[in-house]
Design a protein around this ligand. Structure first.
Ligand code: UD1
Ligand code: CA
Length: 461
């Protein structure tokens, strides 16, 4: 089998995005457009991946390096056309192998579509990916003659008859490296745009008697490029709908497939239900029978079987993973931050924030509370409005709340501090010293009730 070297063109300006950011770094499903293309190249098992950068080259290279450390960058300055772009990659292409030309701004192309193109090239032919469009305006037309392809004619260079052709070139081709080198050396820019057209390799192939084949892609979304914010949004919706369909085919019940956004991977067990308006980011796992209420944002988290996330929760494990145990109840309006680990049957209610804390089975914090850097035992009840004062302005400290503790409302636990097993803390207490197991601790001003006290009155006018 002939090796495949991928060349990704990503030097263009993307004027219509009207953005300072290079076009290929705009995001689709949470990832830069070019990342999608690089992932496709990786799945194809490419021997080399060469990225042609130009506009915003440094920014693009810096963004790509961490996601594709093996990618080779070549610069195209100035940008004199697609043929000129690929010319810059030639020194990086060995003579053996097949060059597969991809576009950094066409993000949804799949290996299943490209592999037949590579096979059609077979190390000896020029293979083009085409598509039939109802409105081919602006694209290069594929001009056929008999079984073969004669030329690609750019819209601006096409005559009326050619403009009537609805089969267009998608911008993807597979070509033997050695022939590509030969043909690119012959490119000229005597055309309507004064550019070096990659598409002119077709006429050189024909002149050399090399077979040119065009394969039509029946899935337009895969070959659609991003040129404007509207096209980016349309492609995002198309992509999200595909992901939603795939989840539903696995049995996930989505209240509305048009109102789901997965920007990463979402793995679901059986009988998962997801209400409208949810966003999933990074890696999220939903256990069997988990239910996600409307308008939740869940990132980097594992939600246990049977757990219920009520509406309007924000859960983000960032570089780690938030864990929500089996049968836990979270929200509405709860926030779970990095390091939050909720055991089975834990309840986290409205306006409760949990960060870097472990809650054991059956612990509850139902209202208006903060748990940071805490270890919370089984069946603990953590009262409304209570907080762990975990930060002294310089360092973070731990709070330990042992099994079966009851923390009253509006308490401040000044860390480092331990509340002994089975203990009770009276409402409104500020606890700064460890408490023994089983005791009631109260640390608040004593109540004074003054009989006959008169409220101040306003002076008469
Ligand atoms: C190109 C094809 C056209 C095809 C269309 C599909 C040529 C001459 N024409 O059109 O037949 O129908 O794609 O979308 O190839 N780029 C560079 N350097 C440059 C110019 C472009 O890297 O100097 C990159 C762009 O960033 C982009 C890609 O090449 O990723 C395609 O460029 P674009 O200007 O969109 O191609 P068109 O000329 O519209
Ligand atoms: Ca284009």
């Amino acid at each position: 089998m002939t090796a495949v070297d991928v060349v990704i063109m990503a030097a263009g300006k993307g004027t219509r995005m009207k953005s300072r950011r290079p076009k290929v770094l705009h995001r689709l499903a949470g990832r830069a457009l070019v990342d999608h293309v690089l992932a496709c190249a990786a799945r194809l098992g490419a021997r080399r991946t060469i990225l042609v950068t130009g506009h915003g080259a440094q920014e693009v290279e810096d963004a790509v390096r961490p996601v594709a450390p093996a990618a080779v960058f070549v610069r195209q300055e100035p940008q004199l056309g697609t043929g000129h772009a690929v010319q810059q990659a030639l020194p990086q292409l060995p003579d053996d192998g097949i060059a597969l030309i991809l576009n950094g701004d066409v993000p949804l192309i799949q290996p299943e579509t490209l592999q037949p193109l590579v096979d059609a090239c077979g190390g000896e032919r020029l293979a083009l990916l085409g598509v039939e469009l109802p409105d081919p305006t602006g694209y290069g037309r594929i001009v056929r003659e008999g079984d073969g392809v004669r030329a690609i004619v750019e819209h601006k260079d096409a005559d009326e008859g050619q403009r009537a052709i609805r089969e267009i070139y998608t911008g993807f081709m597979a070509v033997p490296n050695r022939l590509l080198k030969r043909w690119l050396a012959r490119l000229t820019n005597d055309n309507a745009q004064g550019e070096y057209y990659l598409t002119d390799v077709v006429k050189h192939a024909v002149a050399d008697g090399v077979a040119v084949v065009a394969i039509d892609c029946d899935d337009r979304v895969q070959v659609e490029g991003v040129n404007s914010p509207l096209q980016l949004a349309e492609l995002e919706r198309a992509f999200q709908l595909r992901q939603a369909r795939a989840l539903m085919e696995q049995g996930v019940r989505l209240a509305d497939p048009a109102r789901l956004d997965v920007r990463g991977t979402l793995d679901c067990g059986a009988d998962v239900e997801i209400d409208v308006g949810c966003v999933f980011e990074g890696r999220v796992v939903l256990g069997e029978g988990a239910r996600i209420g409307a308008n939740c944002v869940i990132a980097n988290a594992a939600i246990g079987a049977g757990a219920v996330i009520h509406p309007f929760c924000y859960i983000d494990g960032e570089k780690g993973e938030v864990q929500v145990g089996e049968g836990a109840l979270v929200g509405p309006f709860a926030r779970l931050r990095p390091g939050a680990k909720l055991g089975p049957e834990v309840h986290i209610g409205n306006f409760v924030e949990v960060k870097n804390s472990t809650l054991a089975r059956g612990a509850k914090a139902n209202h208006l509370a903060y748990l940071g850097d805490a270890v919370v035992g089984e069946r603990v009840n953590y009262g409304a409005g209570s907080i762990t004062a975990n930060y002294d302005g310089a360092n973070k400290h731990r709070t330990v709340i042992e099994d079966d503790v009851h923390i009253g409302s509006n308490c401040v636990l000044v860390a480092p501090v331990t509340i002994g097993k089975g203990g009770t803390v009276g409402a409104g207490s500020t606890i700064s010293k460890d408490t023994a197991p089983g005791v009631l601790s109260v640390a608040r001003g004593k109540q004074a009730s003054i009989a006959g006290w008169q409220r101040p009155k306003k002076a008469p006018k």
